[in-house]
Design a protein around this ligand. Structure first.
Ligand SMILES: NC(=O)c1ccc[n+]([C@@H]2O[C@H](COP(=O)([O-])OP(=O)(O)OC[C@H]3O[C@@H](n4cnc5c(N)ncnc54)[C@H](OP(=O)(O)O)[C@@H]3O)[C@@H](O)[C@H]2O)c1
Length: 338
């Protein structure tokens, strides 16, 4: 069985290292010949949750160098969302006719890849595994998470079971019959927890302690949930039930809501948002695939999304260097949206 991992950043690096260390050979595709040479020289190492592991990066090439190679049975696409379609266009010819392409980006990127390629070999994935890249080839696994995979059209299939078997020796794989519902539930948390934490430069616990942070969290989540429900997908439980207790288009304050919020805080309350790391390192964010996606969908559904729109605008302004993250931005977003 031939496996190719495209994108040796945080997530691709952890998956590649753990598979190789478990004795499963993988081919690796990086962006440039220079990165390939450097990665081959330093090898792969993971620390953190799941224990230390290291492996050689023997088969590593820039993606275009795989043209004409023996077909792969599984390709894991582990780039950022904004790079996924460009990288994906090179992949169908590298895949065996009965092979599978597994994109694992946040949001509905796997669906976008499938639509873009019009190729039934695309299988859906999302990551509940947290990882950071410290330098090329050096990764930290931040939790004992798993990859969730499933058919984009829903239901069970023999090939998702086969992928779970292939990757299982390296990372925990769970298979769902309702991937779209799981993607939605994670997206709702990304829209509210991750993006607001990045904008405020605070953890969720810290920004929820501010009245404007709390109001913004609730309004962002409620707005995104309205869009999710209008899509017709059945949302899956992820960390908490996706519908806050008694939700009627708006969250209802009270002890049941506080308990629901406590469930999210217990999981995400003290984590530094990955988007904040993007700001700090001057990298583009995935905002167009998170809150920006809610705005696009809301527009198509005729649902107003002023809060998610103001959030998306704020993140773009920070990325352009026209604003800086900080708690003061939260009140600014509420002002822009009203
Ligand atoms: N990290 C996490 O904890 C985590 C958790 C859940 C979900 N996710 C999702 O998983 C996806 C990947 O995240 P990440 O944190 O691993 O991102 P990352 O660290 O930025 O890694 C992405 C890698 O893809 C490479 N790449 C981009 N285009 C390429 C191409 N055409 N050919 C070969 N390599 C290419 C990038 O190279 P360059 O550096 O040269 O651009 C980079 O090394 C994102 O959608 C993210 O939201 C991540």
């Amino acid at each position: 069985m031939r496996i190719l991992i495209v994108g040796l950043g945080a997530l691709g690096g952890v998956i590649a290292t753990r598979l190789q260390a478990a004795g499963i050979p993988v081919h690796l595709a990086v962006r440039s010949a220079d990165s390939a040479v450097r990665l081959k020289a330093v090898g792969l190492m993971v620390t953190g949750a799941g224990g230390e592991a290291s492996a050689a990066a023997a088969a590593v090439e820039p993606l275009e160098a795989y043209a004409g190679a023996e077909p792969f049975n599984l390709i894991v696409l582990a780039t950022k969302a904004q790079d996924a379609l460009a990288a994906a266009s090179a992949l169908p010819i590298l895949l065996a006719s009965d092979g599978a392409l597994l994109p694992i980006q946040n949001g509905f990127v796997p669906q976008m890849v499938s639509d873009f390629l019009a190729d039934s070999r695309v299988v859906g994935g999302l990551s509940n595994l947290g990882a950071t890249m410290k330098s090329l080839g050096v990764y930290e696994q931040r939790n004992a998470g798993h990859l969730l995979i499933g058919e984009l059209a829903g239901g069970e299939s023999e090939r998702t079971a086969r992928i779970a078997e292939l990757l299982g020796p390296g990372v925990e794989i769970r298979v769902t019959r309702n991937l779209r519902g799981a993607v939605w539930s994670k997206l709702l948390l990304n829209c509210s927890v991750t993006t607001l934490g990045a904008i405020a430069g605070l953890t969720m616990r810290q920004f929820l302690a501010l009245p404007e942070g709390r109001e913004l969290f609730i309004r962002t989540y409620d707005e995104a949930l309205s869009v999710a429900l209008a899509s017709g997908d059945r949302l899956e439980r992820m960390v908490v039930e996706p519908m806050p207790p008694g939700w009627n288009g708006r969250s209802i304050p009270g002890p049941a809501f506080e308990a629901w919020l406590g469930g999210i805080l217990g999981f995400y309350g003290d984590i530094k948002a990955s988007m904040l790391q993007d700001f700090e390192q001057g990298r583009p964010t995935e905002i167009d695939f998170i809150n920006g996606h809610i705005v696009d969908l809301g527009h198509r559904q005729g649902l107003p999304t002023p809060i998610n729109s103001a959030i998306t605008g704020t993140v773009r302004a920070i990325t352009r260097g026209e604003a800086v993250p900080g708690p003061a931005r939260l009140a600014g977003i509420l002002g822009d949206a009203d």
